[in-house]
Design a protein around this ligand. Structure first.
Ligand code: FES
Ligand code: FE2
Length: 440
């Protein structure tokens, strides 16, 4: 008897053709590529800048440093949020030097110019000494687009990019049932890394690495083919539905005892794993039923979530550099951003948000337990210094440096991709479309 071939599966409604452009190493190592990205890619997308929860009162601000750029988002008197380039219109000094703060007037540290939260210049030293008269009331901070979705604040440098909610499609609608707007960011960690930002983007655009890099996940996430469903949208965003509360079909975990990982996941919902010996795949349905039954008394609001959302993992990869990984009890934000000057470095960021659950004081984050409150764990480090960015994230990052090294070899001729890595191929073809033929 011949075994069924294991083939990747793409949604019929959301698939995109690829051309097969060769993915060569220059895009990961060359300064010219990096400069073209700065000019032709990064202004053309929305960037996640921070959280609405950080901006409660007028004058509250957050800063987002991105490569050589820096943007501040400021709460306004009317409740809206504006974003400004973090650069003084006088002679260009950076205005805000901290990540977060609150001030009635944004004040430049060089000559003391002061700006209202709406960006209007309201105070200068020696106002009569300007050839065109007092600049107050006339000069403004340079503003850029700013909008919110759920708990998140986004900014965008280009006026021609689609409005945020259109740009995010289909995710606002797909994720509506999770009611993310109420969730709390408990983990906010980042690290400087020795590899190009696209190395980890590629990693998040495929699940081919799961059996080798994340072997522990195989007992409670089914990464088998064709079970995993890939979706690719015309916008360039894509997603992957991974069946959860079920072991991988790459091995036979069904006919024996319930494997560790799945065992604990079943027990957590009052299900006796021993009753599922020889039929471990049925635990997923039992968890759906248990969550529907016991969720409300445990403080969870699963009302608007589909059965699939209750137990599976929904990985949303937004072009070009933002991943949102959803389960009903955790939202992970995983992102890499370019280094200001070095194409062989990047900044990796990992946030975790959790739903407010009545009576719950702490949650299990990827780096251990933490109080269920805003930014309970917040830190920046250098990857390799031994500080964890989350168990699974550490595993992904562990290949970054060695892949960067290997890509620098004269012997590397371009990627050879499987069908299940088509999202990697498409990502690079979209980049090619935006950057190629353009000068650095
Ligand atoms: S550069 Fe800001 S006040 Fe002079
Ligand atoms: Fe991974």
């Amino acid at each position: 008897m011949t075994a069924e071939p294991m083939l990747s599966r793409y949604s019929k409604d959301f698939d995109q053709p690829v051309r097969g452009d060769t993915i060569t190493a220059d895009r990961y190592i060359s300064r010219e590529w990096m400069e073209r990205e700065m000019k032709y890619l990064w202004p053309k997308v929305w960037h996640l800048g921070g959280l609405v929860a950080e901006l409660e009162e007028e004058g509250d601000f957050i800063r987002h440093n991105f490569a050589k750029e820096s943007v501040i988002m400021v709460r306004q008197a009317d409740g809206s949020i504006k974003a400004f380039y973090n650069s003084c219109p006088h002679r260009g000094n950076r205005l805000v030097l901290g990540d977060v703060g609150s001030t009635p007037r944004i004040t430049c540290g060089y000559h003391g110019w002061q700006f209202d939260p709406d960006g209007t210049l309201v105070h200068v030293q020696d106002p009569d000494d300007f050839p065109n008269g007092n600049p107050c009331g006339k000069v403004k901070l340079s503003e850029l687009r700013c909008d919110t979705w759920g708990p998140f604040v986004f900014w965008c440098m280009d006026d021609d990019v689609a409005p945020l909610h259109e740009w995010l499609a289909p995710f606002p609608q797909r994720l509506a049932g999770y009611r993310l707007e109420n969730w709390v960011r408990v983990l906010n960690v980042s690290a400087d890394c020795d590899f190009n930002w696209k190395i980890i983007r590629d990693n998040f655009n495929e699940s081919y690495h799961l059996p080798t890099i994340h072997p522990e996940l195989s007992t409670f996430i089914n990464d088998g083919l064709p079970t995993t469903l890939f979706e690719m949208y015309p916008s360039g965003h894509n997603s992957m539905w991974m069946v959860g509360h079920q072991a991988t079909t790459r091995k036979d975990y069904v006919s024996g005892d319930v494997p560790p990982g799945l065992y604990e996941a079943a027990e957590a919902w009052g299900i006796d794993p021993k009753a599922y010996r020889g039929r471990t795949a049925d635990i997923r349905q039992a968890v759906i039923e248990a969550k529907r039954k016991f969720g409300p008394e445990r403080g969870y609001d699963y009302t608007n979530m589909s059965d699939q959302q209750l137990v599976d993992y929904f990985h949303c990869t937004l072009f070009p550099n933002l991943t949102i990984t959803m389960s009903p009890e955790q939202c992970q934000i995983l992102r890499t951003e370019p280094h200001p000057t070095d194409p062989e470095k990047c900044v990796f960021q990992h946030w975790c948000l959790y739903p407010p659950v009545k009576g719950m004081k702490e949650v299990e984050t990827p780096v251990g337990k933490a109080p269920l409150k805003h930014d309970a764990i917040h830190r920046h480090s250098t990857y390799g210094d031994g500080v964890s960015l989350g168990f699974v994230a550490d595993q992904d990052l562990s290949i970054g440096t060695t892949q960067q090294q290997g890509l620098n070899s004269r012997g590397f001729k371009g990627c050879i991709l499987s069908n299940q890595e088509k999202r990697v191929q498409r990502f690079h073809e979209l980049l090619n479309d935006m950057l190629c033929g353009k000068e650095g």
